[in-house]
Write a protein that binds this ligand. Sequence first.
Ligand code: SF4
Length: 389
Amino acid sequence: MNFLIQRSGLNDIYEKVAAGERISEADAVRLFESKDLNAVGAIADFARQKCVGNRASYIINRYVNYSNYCILSCQFCSFARKKRDADGFQFSVEEIVQKAREALKLGITELHIVGGLHPSLPFSYYTDMLKALKNLDARLQLKCFTAIEILHLAWQAKKTVEQTLLELKAAGLESLTGGGAEIFRKEVRSAIARGKESAEEYLDVHRTWHRLGGRSTCTMLYGHVESLEDRVDHLRQLRALQDETHGFVGFVPLASQPEHNDIPVQNPPTGFDSLRTLAISRIYLDNFDHITAYWVGLGMKLAQVALSYGADDLHGTIIEEHIFHMAGATSPQLQTEADMIKAIREAGCVPVQRNTFYEPIRILDPAAAGSSTETGAHSKVLEDNLATA
Ligand code: SF4
């Protein structure tokens, strides 16, 4: 057994992980309370190696926010605007298609599209948008909408959630995004996102989507007013739904950003807190294959370190991010593929360009740096374009 684990007093948890046994919520709280970050990281790294080996992935994608108008005013949100606000925006379908057209030249394989809960856009706007993007390039994977947007669209269009999802799927939707989970405990939700859908509603949208054959990711917004027990409770509910549906392809912990919003966060997430949260997610969520270190919130340097603390994915190139940056994130707006490959290689992992479902598109063989098991024309194009942008 690793020396770090031996001296940490966490041997029993390591033994469970080594034996393929599930850890309990009490174990997860103990991991959170441990100050021995390297021991927690060593257990997570062991779990990660058992699950996905030494690979670490990234995706070439672009974010699009179709609008920041929102009928809610979640206290933690720095993104939403009302119609009276001068910096509110909404894009037409044609404008979104134009953004996609430009990004396709950069080699993206995925568009990640979310917005606020718009007060008045008709349901046809969303289906027209999906259809137009699929018409532009049928291979482009469309990962769109949070569970709360789905509930909002269903409510506005007077459809059931199932019917809403079926119609969006028929128009081209391939994956739901994981946003909107925040922290599931009711009291915390009221404190940071009053009026937002409940945990049960969030989980039920994903449950329905999975039953229809869809796949999605899920998230947890940590580092605001929640307790460590609240984080464990959140993970417990995600693990339970994954046991039921096996429809989540990855988990993305999100470090909260404290600027320009109404949450009085005294101690926003530190590097220590983010690494342990990623590590414990890997150890506790034994039915998830992929844990993403979201560089937008962490910064690329910490996201790279997280690859040794249970994470096996760095998310994507993104190109244009608003939600975290309006809340004070100081990371850049985009990453180049070259930078992500470099970060992954330096961390001792094999870089894998993935698709929306975390399936490999291209595996870069470390024994022959620069070569790959498949040709990835997209990636080279992106690198060249960003280099000259
Ligand atoms: S977090 Fe989402 S639902 Fe809440 S105010 Fe912001 S955009 Fe609206």
